[in-house]
Design a binder for this molecule. Sequence first.
Ligand SMILES: Cc1ncc(COP(=O)(O)O)c(C=O)c1O
Length: 382
Amino acid sequence: MRLSERSGSIAQSEIRSMTRACNAVGGINMAQGVCDLEIPKEVIDGAKRAMDEGINTYTPTEGLPRLRQAITDKMKRFYDVAIESNQVLVSDGATGAFYTACMALLNPLDEVILFEPYYGYHRSTLLSIGAVPTYVRLEAPQWNLDITALEAAVTSKTRAIVICNPANPSGKVFTREELERIGTFAESHDLIVFANEMYEHFLYDGAVHVTALSVPSLKNRCVVLSGFSKVFSITGWRLGYAIAPANVIEAMAQLNDLIYVCAPAPLQIGAAEGLEKLGDGYYAELSRIHQHKRDIFCDALRDARLNPSVPNGAYYVMTDVSNVSGNDDFEKAMEILERTGIASVPGRAFYHDDSGKNMVRFCYSKPLDVLEEAAEKIRKLR
Ligand SMILES: Cc1ncc(COP(=O)(O)O)c(C=O)c1O
């Protein structure tokens, strides 16, 4: 059968092909971004109890009122941001929330600015609905915001900009000042700002998460996307959410209903209980554990004479691999896999052109013993 043009435009082959190559040699897969921590008991127990109590049928497409309220309370608790629960849509992961947001707000041929290196799903989602991604490069190792480059990327068709904060893959954490500058920029061109805040609880060296909703110039023009996959280690539960003005949530809800009907009912209760019952210590520990892992792996990369851009947040590290033999990022990633048994993602997954040819990304959210073994192995590249 002939496939649609759309299906050809969204192939995401790098992570999958590295995973296959990694499995073939019995290596350590640092390509895939799966959080390895235990699921908090509160979350599991809440979901189990909900199943036993019969919460197994469709929920309102916007999500169960209890979970929408828990998300509303969470924004007050962590960021002192006041929202109403009708500004919250629970969806099938942050992935589903972003897709419904794009469907609700963008038309085909609308241009959307992505910071490069980008998260591949952002680009693919835009392509899948016929929007046109355009790119503004952030340069390693600091990934500093360049407003002049942003201004240069705007055309009469530009409708939106996407921020990933903290960023996958770069680990950049946007400061309040940077977000304010983006807010001024977005206001002056009347742009929507999609703020993916999936890694809001993964912060290092005292970095602070500033949600787009707390920046006055962004407050009424942003769609915040986040979820529970990473924070509660439940990537397979498919639970995330969007926060946006109530009229946007209403439009998104129609699309959410069409595409997913609703998020899994009992699992929504599990996430709500996690938000309601877990104390601040739980979240602080997430950052502490991952900062430790970041340090173990970045030290090893430096010992291997690779050049990591040390991340301030999320749990990936973009690494310069100019010193590794190979003609491009794919050959270099394969060389690393062959010599050390460690799989990474070739840089091309994060750039629209060949600018990633001397980059790979490692995910260091691995069990500590596996990470220590990986660190020893990567040192063999020296
Ligand atoms: C930036 C970012 N957003 C979203 C996701 C996926 O979120 P979800 O599982 O909630 O769809 C990931 C997973 O790797 C991610 O890195």
